[in-house]
Design a protein. Structure first.
Length: 146
């Protein structure tokens, strides 16, 4: 069962989650760079029909790829355990489940935004974001009373 946030609860959690999502984006980029280096080396070897490879360098890239993957997994699990949903790691898009008029909807935040100002239904996604207005504030709730 998902955790439901009030806007105030999600806003209080946001600084911590924002730092985690920034770390996750950086780790994902590092992981992809290491993976590309390994793939590039493998392609060079295949095209040359074999060649001498700097084994230490290749092992270093492999260790970096493994380490970043492990740390990235830990951060993603931590974000999920907090009750947040990562929708797009490349742009830092997160959702916080909430209830609006008794239906599950999502408070929506994107890295770079100065707080949570939007929400959308489960099927609408980012393109269906609506501005949080007074009606939403008056009729949304989390697991606990505000």
């Amino acid at each position: 069962m998902p955790r439901y946030f009030t806007l105030a609860e999600a806003e209080r959690l946001l600084p911590h989650v924002e730092e985690q999502i920034r770390q996750a984006i950086h780790l994902k980029q590092e992981h992809e760079q290491a993976h590309e280096q390994i793939q590039h080396t493998a392609q060079r070897v295949a095209m040359a029909g074999g060649m001498l490879v700097n084994r230490e360098e290749l092992l270093s890239w492999r260790a970096r790829m493994d380490a970043t993957a492990l740390r990235l997994k830990e951060i993603i699990e931590s974000i999920h355990e907090a009750g947040c949903q990562i929708k797009d790691l490349d742009i830092g898009l997160l959702d916080f489940p909430t209830l609006f008029r008794g239906e599950e909807v999502l408070l929506c935040w994107k890295l770079g935004e100065k707080g949570i100002h939007f929400w959308h239904g489960l099927q609408e996604g980012f393109r269906g974001r609506r501005t949080i207005d007074q009606e939403f504030l008056d009729h949304h709730r989390g697991d606990t009373a505000q």
